[in-house]
Ligand binder design. Sequence first.
Ligand SMILES: [Zn+2]
Length: 1059
Amino acid sequence: MSDPGVQASLHKNAKTTIPRISNFIYSSRFKDVNLVGRLYPHSKNVELSHWALPGGEGAWQEWTFDQVITQDFTPTEIGKEFGPTWTTHWFKLTFEIPEEWKGKEVRIRWNSDSESTVWSHDGKVLQGLSTGDGAQRRGDYLLTSSYEGNKGKQVFYIEMAANKLFGGADGDNTNPPNPDKMFTLSKAEIAVMDKLVYKLTRDLEMLYQISEALEKDPLGHQAMYTANHMVNLIIKGDDSGASAVADTFWSKGNGERAHKIAAIGNCHIDSAWLWPYSETKRKAARSYSAQLKLMEDYPEHIFVASQAQQWAWVKEYYPELFERIKHKVAEGKFLPVGTTWTEMDGNIPSGESFIRQFVYGQKFYQKELGYTCKEFWLPDTFGYSAQIPALMQHVGLTRFLTQKMSWSMVNKFPHNNFTWEGIDGSSVLAHFPPGDSYNMFFNVDELLRTVKNMKDKGRVSTSAFLFGYGDGGGGPTQNMLERFRRLKDVDGLPKVNMVTPNEMFEQLETEQHNMCHWAGELYLELHNGTYTSQAAMKQLCRSAEFRLRDAEFVLAGAVATLGSAASSLLQTSLASLDPAWKKVLLNQFHDVLPGSSIGIVYPQAEALYREALEAADSVWDESIKALLGTYVSETGSEKAVEGEVLFNSLQWPRLEVIKVPGKDGKTEEEMLVEAPPFGFGVINSVEPTHKVTVEESDDMFILDNGLIKAKITKSGLVASLVVIGDERDIFRKEDGTQLYGNQMTIYDDEPLYWDAWDVMDYHLETPRVLNDKVDSTITPVTVVKDTGLVARLRYKIAISDDSSITQDIELTAESPYLTFHTSVSWYESHKILKTVMETNILTRNASYEIQFGILERPTHMNTSWDSARYEVCGHKWADLSEPDWGLAVLNDSKYGWMGRGNKLSLSLLRSPKAPDAECDMRDHTFKYALLPHLDTLQKAGVVQRGYEFNNALRIARVPEAQVKVRSLISVEGDGIVLHTVKPTDDASGDLLLRVFECHGCKSKARLNLEMMASGVFASNGMEDKDKAIPFTANSNHTHFDISLTPFAIRAYRISFLQE
Ligand SMILES: [Zn+2]
């Protein structure tokens, strides 16, 4: 039954009644009779002048507001074009509100087909605007809701960015941007907005949506008749009657069992994607200021913003805005969310990087806002590592939110609410908003979809509903908040509350006992090409992670050894490592590291990585000098004479061939050297137990170092690989069938849509092995080095007229693996290059290194879930093993793998053309290695070899007197890796030691520190000092014992008496 006073249409045709409502609020064809024509009854163009900020992308950062407004603005008008892409244009708006508009609501209305920012005449950021084709996402600025009169001339400024919400592409957003795009100014006016017409429009809009979405339900018909009756009243001239009818409809509340929607305003701002970092800084200011403006009229509004980096940008570039936001943070209305520095990639960053994402984010929020995040909020990343629950627990987080799993191509994830268990058994509460989006507009169908999609019906009573324009930023609009006011408590719809993430998770936690469990990774069945696209991002990330680790370790050694004498080194080094880490963390953003940003992002990201590497190396250098003294090589100095030491930042002794500077100081020579664990060694040439030999026989090159033996064909295939003393061959079956390793294989790589993102399953049907035989495209293998320490072969492949591969296959004395130093000149289109090992190993699971652990994945395609995981992420190695024998493949910068059947392949390079038309079109160098082993991968030390392969011994110049063997730390016992040794961030002089159990067993170890500690404490990622741990210390030595459960991550804090 309709509400009293509502006359149902006695005509029987919903097919005319429903569109009638829609026409009445939306159609510009009937503006003379519908509400569209009445919304802005009066308007007036503003007086407009313009100044083009010189320079292109990012140039705005060089100018202050005060400088801008003193520039020479020249008159301009609507209809003119401004650009090109990424430039900045300032407009001065001068107007006087007509006195007859007294009492009316007055707005600035603007359309520059682009993003822009409204500034006050005295330099306050007032609000972002986003205009252009499609929805006018935010095209006006509320000057006053009731003009008081006599204001005289007013001046405002609009800063126009020559880009749209989604960048500067023509046509499809993911096309590379058009650098010459121009943007037309089509509106610049002040206007009266009729508040009652606006209200009636929103009322009718919601009734229309209910009538459409619930066409078969009584509620849908009630909404339809109510709206129809309203239209009739409005036509009669009874606007207030129509308004009252709507209010009655909205006042009928829903029942107590109605599903609860936890509405949270947000705007997902990609830190760089179809725009560069510099634009994101402005996007954050535009979005945040727009939310502050809305909060003036909508006190119930709660808005959350993720990524501390974006908050930090607002603080740096818009300090006045930041101060205003802080008040709203204190009121609990405008809140940080997610904890991390950026919303990073969920697969590729190392375990340490993940922890730093949390630490740098949380510390920023605590210091700047006095706020502590309690959740990990990562709505838009391309899959989630199985170690995330443990990494979260390590920094004290137990709540996780994403929606991206809804993008999987094949399998529907079975839960929206579950307990997620990682490889170490840690678990967290995971919530996926059932609406499968963070871009909700508060439409009726979105609310209904949220309830319908929710897979844990009867288990939980609440679902998150993330509303606001996102990806390019923006956030909630007035329309969305008006819709909320109408829909929050309507009989027949879910009950909607505006809440904080904290309130939502608190509610879910009361229901967690009802939730099912999911163990292991959250594999996204899409975007798996991002493990490979933009190879330099992966390579630089890996290098930076290791070099920062080295720097922190030596700094820690210097601080612990020298005590207060190192305090200024500690201060300056921490001050330099802090921005270095932040640059690395920023570049781990989920479109930068994965390789899915536009081209201009990448040179900037590379520069940030290089700055971080330089900072790390400089801290390393200064710390070694502090620890071991400085030398001067010039004659006449009273300081020490130059010597050289080996530096090893791994916890086991190493015997390796390295390159050392030759006696002439110009050339390099190879030398087998021995380095002690976690410390410094003497560069002495060690005689190998076995020399490496190379011989040619039967068209094969045989490399043998007494540990392993490999046969290489003239075209660079590995035809045989054995551990000496074992008869099994990785590449030859027992029945004599020949298999091959290092098949350089190229595949067609044309995704269905997301070019830089996706490698589709069907690419596997198009393999072309480039080096299966010697033909005209191959320059066959020759021996290029044979010194007894190093045996090196070289061959070359012409991939096409434009691209080629040169590969050095190398075995060194005492090395258990065969290394492939690879240079690729890569100028292909829609191809993927892999190296494929077809092995004689029978196993149902392959093992992959992930953050601080190992993940096993099936090698078969039994189920649709197994089948969909054809391209997966792994870090420094992957392994195919039978219980007592196997093959590991190591790499220095690659992340895309396939372990299927008896094959293990490593993806090397892709060549997508969007959104960066030049993606990876350059020369590349990288290396990988084949490590055949006996026993399990654990007993064979695959984890350790992966570390060594990525962390070469380094040489430091020190005074000659300091050239001796010394370890700063050693670890007794297998299975525990001391990954991180660093001074604590509080600059107290304490050290933080982070360990993990690397084998998936219960492991024990003794940590020996060659320094005298005064206290050892359990700690965590946040570097808190928890309970004391028993230890033994005397003179210059401290030790303590630890035991860890499988894949556990633990931290210990070491204190020293400061003299
Ligand atoms: Zn995103």
